[in-house]
Write a protein that binds this ligand. Structure first.
Ligand code: ADP
Ligand code: MG
Length: 225
């Protein structure tokens, strides 16, 4: 039977008791699937990604990655043990490292590091930038490097949180086509968060509004309101 890479079961979260952000969310993402989560600003998209990444513990519910519980009421696997990729809008590259060093950061074996660097620099067409530092390249190039880095460890699931917001329209159109090719070539399992429906439909096969993921009330057993 096909098992989901990510399984979210009745996850609820709030920062203060009187303000429920995520209300009994259910979501499955299967291997190789490219999924977009859309929804208005403030509806909890980034919060959900932070819960999946393990940067935050859900108040209720269970999160499984490849059938293993990573978060529930008494278990919390740390982010670095989940093997997930997360790319956000804000600049996230290490400023004192070259493009190449950024991409292969944390990969210890020299041969593996060289192979990964070669492969990803070529895939993202950034070979010419490999010895440059982040401040020496453009915003669009920096986002390519951030994407390349997030794929270097072949994560179970790649999560992108509105990663192209800061880029101008022409640059985006070109980047979408390229990374869409890369994602299908590498069979990336993707969870993209965006408020841009065009972006979602180019990069993913399935688009769902976060507010529609709420578990129907007749199937709920906790947090009844
Ligand atoms: P989205 O990504 O969909 O725009 P967020 O997940 O960032 O939404 O935020 C959802 C809601 O939770 C917002 O009302 C936001 O102000 C609130 N929020 C997010 N992070 C925190 C936090 N660390 N502490 C308190 N409130 C937060
Ligand atoms: Mg957000």
């Amino acid at each position: 039977m096909r098992e989901p890479v990510l399984n979210i079961e009745s996850v609820s979260h709030w920062y203060s008791q009187d303000n429920l952000i995520l209300d009994a969310i259910d979501l499955d993402i299967y291997k190789g699937e490219r999924f977009a989560l859309i929804g208005p600003s403030g509806c909890g998209k980034s919060t959900l990604l932070r819960l999946i990444a393990g940067l935050e513990k859900p108040k209720e519910g269970i999160i499984r990655i490849r059938n293993e519980i990573v978060s529930d009421s008494n278990k919390m696997i740390p982010p670095e043990k989940r093997n997930l990729g997360l790319v956000v809008q804000e600049k996230a590259l290490f400023p004192h490292m070259t493009v190449r060093e950024n991409i292969t950061f944390g990969i210890r074996k020299t041969k593996k590091r060289n192979n990964i660097a070669f492969d990803l620099l070529k895939l993202f067409k950034i070979e010419a930038l490999k010895d440059k530092f982040p401040h020496e390249i453009s915003g669009g190039e920096q986002q390519r490097v951030a994407l390349a880095r997030s794929m270097a460890r072949e994560p179970n699931l790649l999560m992108l949180d509105e990663p192209f917001n800061a880029l101008d329209q022409d640059l985006k159109a070109e980047l979408y086509l390229e990374i869409s090719r890369i994602f299908s070539e590498k069979k990336v399992t993707l969870l993209l968060v965006t408020h841009d429906i065009d972006e979602a439909s180019i990069l993913t096969q399935k688009q769902v509004n976060l507010v529609e993921l709420r578990k129907p009330s007749n199937e709920r057993n906790s947090f009844s309101k």
